[in-house]
Write a protein that binds this ligand. Structure first.
Ligand SMILES: Nc1ncnc2c1ncn2[C@@H]1O[C@H](COP(=O)(O)OP(=O)(O)OP(=O)(O)O)[C@@H](O)[C@H]1O
Ligand SMILES: [Mg+2]
Length: 346
């Protein structure tokens, strides 16, 4: 029987409602891991299974969100508990590889270096890759590439939407940043992914207007500076608006990697790849579709063009799609949005 490497749990509660109070929030993940292993070492776990606490909070239930791979809990299993109130997500990514990312050669070659580092954090010493910034138009593969990296390195993907780091109260943002890197240190080696990065890393002139943002920026700088070279934590930030970023933040990133919209050949590959395991027969000339989709992102091609062609064919009870389905979907997207009448602005 194989051993579980990563186990992610969600607190579920007690089977019976009585006067029990809620299970306490996990304050110290390392101590919790020890406590959990004392109870559950040797248990077989798989997705959806429940584990019960039988020591300090008898019968409190946890659901297994993910056991990667499913198997036996051993001393080496990393045990993570989701905090239902947290904005931080920990994922074990499967099903997407670096070879699935079409184009974006600069990003892919950097990713290969990071991959080597994550597989052997000690080897790089002070030359370790630490912080990378991905920028470019929406839907060009930034998140996909970061996830593919985590998958191929077989390390957890810890992500947060930066907009969610800004809380309601003073100190919320700094606390969340700290929580994010706490988790990263617990599960390292790992990837930390800061999405929508412009919302917290705004230029100083904007920050003056937003005290809460500058608090997050300062906390982030402290964390980024505090990461030791061989901690095995690589931070990837992603944004569509690099020009809005604060320079002190930008300077912390050793490399800024641009993601570009796909060219003809790349659009053709994205279309082909996504039609490989298509539920219907494909009787389409994809070159025609690639030709008329200049300016479309990978996401546009997948989520809009292919998907809407599929839905149309299903609605018409056909078992195939053809060129005209795809072309019609493209034309619908290209159609200019109707301008509202002028008097609305006066
Ligand atoms: N370069 C690419 N190669 C293959 N598929 C792509 C590529 N770019 C985008 N896609 C498709 O579009 C989807 C969305 O891409 P992704 O979420 O990585 O975009 P993004 O750059 O992170 O966008 P955003 O800036 O809006 O977050 C992917 O899951 C994939 O199906
Ligand atoms: Mg993204």
């Amino acid at each position: 029987m194989q051993e579980v490497r990563y186990l992610i749990l969600r607190p579920l509660g007690y089977p019976l409602k009585a006067s029990y109070h809620e299970y306490p929030v996990v304050d110290n993940p390392r101590v919790f891991e020890r406590y959990a292993k004392d109870q559950w070492k040797g248990e077989f776990v798989s997705k959806g299974k429940m584990l019960f606490d039988y020591r300090m909070f008898p019968d409190f239930a946890f659901e297994v969100v993910n056991a990667e791979p499913e198997g036996i809990i051993t001393d080496l299993t990393r045990i993570l508990v989701e905090n239902p109130r947290s904005v931080i997500e920990t994922e074990i990514v499967k099903d997407v590889g670096i070879c699935d990312v079409v184009g974006q050669d600069e990003a892919k070659s950097k990713v290969k270096v990071i991959l080597k580092f994550l597989q052997n954090p000690e080897k790089f010493g002070r030359w370790a890759p630490k912080n990378v910034l991905f920028y470019g138009p929406p839907g060009t593969g930034k998140t996909m590439t970061a996830k593919a990296l985590a998958n191929e390195a077989n390390v957890p993907f810890i992500s947060v939407k930066s907009t969610k780091l800004i809380g309601e109260h003073v100190g919320d943002g700094a606390r969340r940043i700290h929580e994010l890197y706490e988790r990263a240190r617990q599960v390292a080696p790992c990837i930390v992914f800061l999405d929508e990065f412009d919302s917290i890393a705004l230029d100083r002139s904007y920050q003056d207007l937003r005290g809460d943002v500058s608090e997050v920026v300062n906390a982030l700088l402290t964390e980024l500076d505090g990461i030791e070279m061989n901690d095995g934590i690589c931070t990837i930030a992603a944004t569509n608006r690099i020009e809005l970023l604060d320079h002190s933040i930008r300077s912390r990133f050793e490399e800024e990697i641009e993601f570009t919209l796909p060219n003809f050949e790349e659009r053709l590959s994205i279309l082909k790849n996504n039609l490989k395991d298509f539920p219907l027969k494909v009787r389409a000339n994809l070159r025609v579709v690639a030709e008329i989709t200049e300016g479309f992102s990978g996401r546009d091609l997948v989520e809009k063009v292919i998907k809407s062609a599929l839905h149309k064919a299903i609605a018409e009870e056909r078992d195939y799609i053809e060129t005209s389905d795809l072309v019609r979907a493209v034309e619908r997207i290209k159609k200019p949005v109707k301008q509202p009448p002028k008097q609305m602005f006066v």
